[in-house]
Design a binder for this molecule. Sequence first.
Ligand SMILES: Cc1cc2nc3c(=O)[nH]c(=O)nc-3n(C[C@H](O)[C@H](O)[C@H](O)COP(=O)(O)OP(=O)(O)OC[C@H]3O[C@@H](n4cnc5c(N)ncnc54)[C@H](O)[C@@H]3O)c2cc1C
Length: 325
Amino acid sequence: MVYDHVVFALGAVSNYLGMQNVQELAFDFKSLLDAIRIRNHVIEMFERADRETDPEMRREMLSFVIAGGGFAGVELAGALNDFSRGILADYPNLSPADVQVVVVHSREHILPELSESLGRYAQESMALRGVTFRLNCRLTDCRAGCVVLSDGEVRARTLVWTAGTAPNPLLKTLGIETDRRGAVVVESTMSVAGHPDVWALGDCAALKDGKTGAACPPTAQFALREARTLARNIRASVRGHALQPFHFDSLGALCVVGHHTACAELTVPFARQKSMRFRGLLAWLLWRGIYLGKLPGLERKIRVLTDWVIELFFPRDIVQTIDLR
Ligand SMILES: Cc1cc2nc3c(=O)[nH]c(=O)nc-3n(C[C@H](O)[C@H](O)[C@H](O)COP(=O)(O)OP(=O)(O)OC[C@H]3O[C@@H](n4cnc5c(N)ncnc54)[C@H](O)[C@@H]3O)c2cc1C
């Protein structure tokens, strides 16, 4: 196809670090469809476990292992733990002791993106609600019904991989420069060096901040701002004007850890080196408020808010959602 300007915004994919069995058996956690599939599978496991008479098999069905203790893994573990324990009331043959949510993380503390005190808070509050942490430990392999770790094995029918991502592998086939991870190397204006009509942004670009020189993290917070600068730069390029380097100071990070609690580290405006830390219910309310504000359109905001309110007062919905596979 002939083009005037082409923009690569292909995002990232899961990187299984060469573990073939994990790639075949683990659930991905990158998209809404992945989340729907995991939810459907969890409900399926509860349905089967409720009819199972062998206690070991029952526990295997209700053991959910999450590889990775970063934002995605921790938020998933918190939500999955709440969901699993919340739906137990619908399954009279199952007890809380049958349910196991395990987070496998290769470091000493979870949430390395946040300060250590918040990571510790998240870990302690999740552990109190029954989440198990296997720290300083790596997932090395898996087979049907068993997850193999560097320090032992866990019998489990569910493994979710959040421990590694890589830029979309398609980028390496395009004949443009990519870095060690496979991200497109771009100037601070987001154009590819030597190709003024080729651009890349978001998770698939190796972009350095034009003011600080720091690498831009693969988050939506940055990708959205990069998109605006890139659009302006294409317009400037068409009109023969100077291009603007990308610059953005992170607003901070929020992570929900389940049961109406979260931790948040927000950058203080006009004092970018300083941050404010919140945790517990206040951080959770902040998280909900910010994400509600970001949803596009009033109708969608009302739908989501209604759903959140219903969830506060009624038991968990255990209807499986349609999977358009
Ligand atoms: C579970 C999870 C939670 C997250 N939470 C947060 C958060 O709270 N805050 C935050 O800032 N960031 C968060 N992120 C990160 C954020 O989602 C990404 O940084 C952001 O989506 C990157 O935007 P992108 O446009 O580069 O890529 P994407 O949003 O991944 O978009 C890439 C698009 O390209 C499409 N595509 C892929 N291949 C092709 C192809 N060959 N042809 C055409 N289209 C193709 C894909 O289908 C996709 O729609 C989260 C990520 C995950 C996985």
